[in-house]
Design a protein around this ligand. Structure first.
Ligand SMILES: [Zn+2]
Length: 87
């Protein structure tokens, strides 16, 4: 981080969730690849050091905890099932 007084607000990407990250929260990063031949849902613990160094890429979605992570996972699974039904 270039300046100790600069703050970076991380907001939850969960549906209907307005949570912002505080230093003690246990957040996760979710990365979704909707590539039809190889759809991937990935989830790992948020690492602020890595975000400060590399930033969040556009497909990375922060979530405030297990509940929001599960909502995104359910949405993703529903979309995959819908695609199978069309195939
Ligand atoms: Zn949330």
């Amino acid at each position: 981080m270039p300046n100790e007084f600069q703050s970076q607000v991380i907001r939850c990407s969960g549906p209907n969730c307005q949570e912002t990250r505080k230093s003690t929260n246990h957040w996760f990063i979710i990365s979704i690849d909707e590539e039809p031949s190889d759809p991937i849902f990935a989830c790992w613990p948020l690492d602020m050091d890595s975000i400060e160094e590399f930033g969040l890429s556009k497909e990375q979605r922060p979530v405030c905890g297990q509940s929001c992570a599960q909502k995104l996972f359910e949405d993703w699974m529903t979309r995959q099932r819908a695609k199978e039904a069309l195939a």
